[in-house]
Design a protein around this ligand. Sequence first.
Ligand SMILES: O=C(O)CCC(=O)C(=O)O
Ligand SMILES: [Fe+2]
Length: 200
Amino acid sequence: MTDAITQKGFVIHPGFLDRPAQEALVARLREVLAVAPLFTPRTRRGPMSVRMSAAGTFGWYSDSRGYRYERRHPDGIDWPPIPEEVLAIWRGVSGCARLPECCLINWYGEGARMGLHRDEDEADFSCPVVSVSLGDDGLFRMGNVDRGGRTSSIWLKSGDVVVMGGDARLAFHGVDRIRFGSSTLLPKGGRINLTLRVVT
Ligand SMILES: O=C(O)CCC(=O)C(=O)O
Ligand SMILES: [Fe+2]
């Protein structure tokens, strides 16, 4: 693990997870996804390119009715518990006494992206959102609390952890593109991003 980098209030921990830790995490996530399969969220503008699932008390969900947190997977089952390995990352970097209530799982296949947005559906912004990147490189764009203005971009690699707290908690961010096949962690390629959130 190298020293943290701060850009526009986003704290980036390059290589926070070594390869064995990444592999252990992927094995846990496969167990979660076996219970709560990936689904394609829809917005008013159509299906998202990212596929999603979640662990924890709440999962983030979007359909034609809009965005919200839900206590159940769209198949009607409870979300599986957040794996202990994921909670350990939160304890290591969040500086927050509360535990995350949602571990959102985003799966980016070839060509998937996530437009600039703010994570603002939570009731309490005093804890950060912690993001964990696994698999292919993703070009992460960091903006400002208000839409517009200068942005800054960084390629997030497998094992990198980003803490969006303080001024960055409500800052715009997104993923412009991934380098499909750049990592050997996931045999079929793709990028997994976890975001850990205190929701209530
Ligand atoms: O994939 C990423 O690195 C960011 C994901 C994100 O911003 C989100 O799920 O809200
Ligand atoms: Fe986000």
